[in-house]
Design a binder for this molecule. Structure first.
Ligand code: BEZ
Length: 256
């Protein structure tokens, strides 16, 4: 995953072990977008926001020559430990020049809040005819979760702006950005993907939105309880299983 920070207070810190325990489903559910990529042996592929490299490994197993980049050092270390070519790089400032047949990204682009910079870097990284295949949070992603956090922050006089710092475009918005950079969009779509949370909502909130809860200091646990309580009727079933209201945007675009 790639960190996109708007301010130090909003900084998301990734811990590879916490991610393994509470968010392994992110890469497990990324298998479908790999079918859109359809990696070929000997293709050179960039995995943008590679995280700990779980999907990067699948690309290598398909015979591709793969470079992973991520803005989180713990993830880069974990990916290197898994034997991958992983580099520490912010997705807003990609430094590659016409060297990849494809750029792939799963569950990372919504963390990068200057999307046109990212798209321009992807364009520069690709050879003529290269393709860009990505899946990430689209318009409406985790809307219930963010709304509950905002409501609690507002009631307590907290900063509601850091409840949801992500980029969740509509297909029309993202298509426009890609076309601005010279891509031809081959297919693009938005679809709901209700996502079971094996370790529950509180663990999800703590894994992905710690900066929001930390602003409440000693009341952090009370705020966490309040948010989960508000969400329970909508996202928790009668046996205590939580499902997050994920919406995915999946896209394939190519340079002509
Ligand atoms: C997502 O994959 O949609 C996501 C993950 C963590 C925080 C927000 C969104």
């Amino acid at each position: 995953m790639n960190e996109a920070t708007t301010s130090p207070a909003d900084r998301q810190i990734w811990a590879a072990e916490s991610y393994e325990k509470n968010a392994r489903f992110v890469s497990d559910l990324g298998a479908a977008v790999l079918e859109w990529l359809d990696p070929k042996p000997d293709e050179r592929i960039l995995d943008l926001g590679c995280g700990d490299g779980a999907l990067t490994k699948s690309l290598v197993e398909a015979g591709a020559e793969v470079v992973g980049v991520d803005a989180s050092e713990p993830f880069v270390v974990a990916a290197r430990d898994a034997g991958l070519d992983a580099r520490f790089m912010d997705g807003h400032n990609l430094t590659f020049d016409r060297e990849f047949d494809a750029v792939f990204s799963n569950a990372a682009l919504h963390w990068m809040t200057r999307p046109q910079d990212v798209i321009d870097g992807v364009e520069r990284a690709l050879r003529p005819g290269g393709r860009f295949v990505a899946e990430f949070g689209g318009h409406g992603n985790v809307a219930a979760i963010v709304t509950a956090m905002r409501a609690v922050a507002r009631a307590r006089g907290g900063d509601e702006a850091i409840a949801g710092p992500w980029f969740y475009p509509t297909p029309a918005e993202y298509r426009f950005m890609l076309e601005q950079a010279g891509f031809e969009v081959r297919r693009i779509g938005l679809f709901p993907r209700p996502t079971p949370l094996p370790t529950g909502m509180a663990a999800w909130l703590k894994t992905f939105r710690t900066p929001f809860f930390e602003q409440f200091g000693a009341d952090m646990q009370a705020v966490l309880d309040e948010v989960t309580d508000i969400l329970s009727p909508a996202l928790c079933d009668t046996t205590g299983n939580w499902t997050a209201d994920y919406v995915r945007l999946r896209v394939e675009a190519a340079l002509t």
